[in-house]
Design a protein around this ligand. Structure first.
Ligand code: SF4
Length: 448
């Protein structure tokens, strides 16, 4: 992606921020990772494999135009917060560029970066821990102004009081301590502090996740009003799609360190093109009391970012994995025509095989016998030829209770041979809503 135009961008626009091929890998599983919320499972791969590289963010590219809000969504641990911190260089990127008003933040020295930080602020999720309990809120709001040598003492106090009012608090609260405020009010104090230095760009890292739903809406509305008044640009991170829908102009979806989809808000919600985005949308709770909670859930675990799947990172959970055309048979002589095996699946056969592979891989059924097993998975269509022989062998292994061997055979013969495993998808598709570009990292669009 880094050599191409950033995902989902309009040619001709002058972005405020352009992120190009941004990558962040961690080499050490020590305490430094504690704050970046990496989903590496409970079995502690970071502890036992300290020297391995955790690929938290991989080759991410996008742009944000002045005055817009780009929503960034994905499951916990997908790399959203790491990406945000790398953009602001709160952590050092491993690779890539971050152009802010055309200047590469990744190349700035300490002094240039300090000056630039005035323009690029961040608000964190937990309003409690980001406010020093020993300081009154007035001085808390003044701190960034002081650090950047803005105004004299009176000027800073005047601005702090003015900002308290702008964010919906009473200027008289200047002398109160953070503990005297509710969660929503504390997040408003954080907002005032971020605004104090007149930034152009604010990264909002799950700023309303810790708040009650009714308070969330109020804070979001205040943020929108402030955006209009001060001409702010937001990168708004959330795992809650309803919050993203409320606040964003465009939406980017992240999965396991990669950007998988980016489009205008309406286009993304009404015409999602990536199976992961569709699964996320299907997981939104349904307000209808007669419906049963959610419409669908994502199956399987997120793989470890230490050793992510090749090609499309979503492929181990994707319900639409594309049928492989064939494979090479390592047991045959390369000169032998049998070395290259060709599969010839009908759509139904492949759907059944795909279900069977997943069920064996996750050991989700208990076969009573061969007839029942074939009835369960291949009642309407069973592959023949080379694919059929693999299925037959896997069925025998399952019936012998050799689940791991069966799973390995199926995955290596089918899943690992799909284009989804062999190449990293990057496509731009025709939007149905609006005229903004629609980026979808899915091989289902390879004809686009
Ligand atoms: S590239 Fe393949 S595995 Fe990835 S989302 Fe598309 S269909 Fe699914």
């Amino acid at each position: 992606m880094s050599s191409e135009r950033a995902a989902g961008t309009r040619s001709g626009d002058d972005p405020l921020l352009r992120v190009d091929g941004l990558t962040k890998h961690f080499r050490d599983g020590g305490g430094f990772l504690g704050g970046v919320s990496l989903n590496v499972g409970d079995d502690g791969p970071l502890v036992s494999r300290e020297t391995e590289s955790v690929r938290a963010v991989d080759d991410v590219s996008f742009e944000i135009r002045e005055g817009e809000t780009l929503g960034l969504v994905g499951e916990s641990g997908c790399g959203k917060s790491t990406l945000a911190r790398a953009i602001l260089r709160l952590i050092e990127p491993t690779d890539g560029s971050i152009y802010f008003r055309g200047e590469d933040v990744a190349e700035m020295d300490t002094e240039e970066l300090r000056a630039q930080r005035k323009n690029m602020q961040i608000i964190f999720q937990d309003p409690q821990s980001s406010l020093d309990p020993r300081m009154k809120v007035g001085p808390i709001i003044e701190e960034p102004m002081k650090a950047h040598g803005m105004y004299d003492k009176e000027g800073r106090e005047e601005r702090a009081r003015e900002l308290l009012e702008k964010v919906g608090l009473d200027p008289q609260h200047y002398n109160r301590y953070p503990h005297a405020f509710s969660g929503g009010q504390r997040q408003r104090v954080n907002l005032a502090r971020a605004l104090s230095v007149n930034p152009d760009f604010i990264v909002c890292d799950e700023p309303t996740s810790a708040l009650d739903v009714s308070i969330q809406a109020q804070v979001l509305n205040t943020m929108r009003e402030l955006q209009a008044e001060f001409g702010l640009t937001y990168l708004f991170i959330a795992h809650d799609l309803s919050v993203i829908r409320h606040i964003s102009d465009r939406v980017a979806v992240m999965y396991l360190g990669k950007l998988v989809e980016l489009a205008d808000k309406e286009e993304l919600f009404e015409n999602p093109q990536h199976p992961y985005t569709k699964a996320l949308l299907d997981s939104i709770p349904v307000p209808d009391p007669r419906a049963s909670g959610t419409r669908g859930v994502l199956e399987g675990d997120v793989p470890s970012p230490i050793d992510p799947p090749s090609g499309c990172r979503f492929r181990t959970r994707c319900p639409e994995l594309i049928a492989p055309r064939g494979r090479l048979d390592p047991s045959a002589d390369p000169a032998d025509p049998a070395y290259e095996v060709t599969y010839d699946f009908s759509e139904t056969e492949w759907r059944n095989v795909r279900e069977f592979v997943r069920a064996v891989d996750r050991h989700t059924f208990d076969p009573a016998g061969e007839r029942e097993l074939r009835q369960q998975f291949f009642a309407d269509a069973e592959p023949t030829g080379a694919a059929g022989r693999v299925v037959d062998e896997a069925v025998s292994l399952v019936l012998e209770d050799a689940w791991d061997e069966a799973a390995e055979l199926l995955v290596s013969s089918f899943s690992d041979q799909s284009i989804c495993a062999l190449s990293d998808p990057q496509y731009v598709v025709e939007p149905e809503h609006g005229d903004g570009p629609h980026y979808a990292a899915c091989h289902l669009h390879r004809e686009a």
